[in-house]
Design a protein around this ligand. Structure first.
Ligand code: RB5
Length: 153
């Protein structure tokens, strides 16, 4: 069991993201990650803003430092999550963007499209997101501070 298993990560999906979310939960837990699953737990149709809001608020509250949200494209949940104060969500379909989202943007939510990427690529994307640190104290921190200032506009 490695160090990362102690960092709790929230995960949620809508019905379209459910099969990929289930796969990610199983694979991440098998690798020792501490994953808290917010659902959904079936392919029954539901409205993605509801689960995206719940997971994003769990991050905004400070209960989780990072979260994963899955829908069909990753787009709807990302738009929703970014409405929640304190959340910086990024849709990523490959690991390079996931790494940059952490290093440069200090993203705290990653959104993945179950109709866009396969399970193996999705696992690589979310592990990269979880493991990569923000480049604190750099020019990127000044830029992220400017993003955060918009929370109060
Ligand atoms: C559901 O059909 C789909 O619209 C949703 O999962 C997501 O892709 C929205 O952005």
């Amino acid at each position: 069991m490695t160090q990362h298993s102690n960092i709790p990560v929230a995960i949620g999906s809508d019905h379209a993201g459910f099969p990929l979310k289930e796969s990610l939960v199983e694979d991440l837990r098998a690798e020792g990650y501490h994953i808290e699953d917010f659902g959904v737990f079936s392919t029954e149709s539901m409205d993605y803003p509801d689960i995206a809001r719940e997971v994003a608020e769990a991050v905004a509250s400070g209960r989780f430092q990072k979260a994963i949200i899955v829908c069909g494209t990753g787009i709807g949940v990302c738009i929703t999550a970014n409405k929640v104060k304190g959340v910086r969500a990024a849709v990523c379909s490959e690991a390079f963007s996931a790494r940059m989202a952490r290093q440069h943007n200090n993203a705290n939510v990653i959104c993945v499209g179950a109709r866009v990427v396969g399970a193996g690529l999705a696992l690589d994307i979310v592990k990269t997101f979880i493991e990569t640190e923000f480049e604190a104290g750099s020019r990127h921190e000044r830029r992220v501070d400017k993003i955060n200032a918009l929370d109060n506009c």
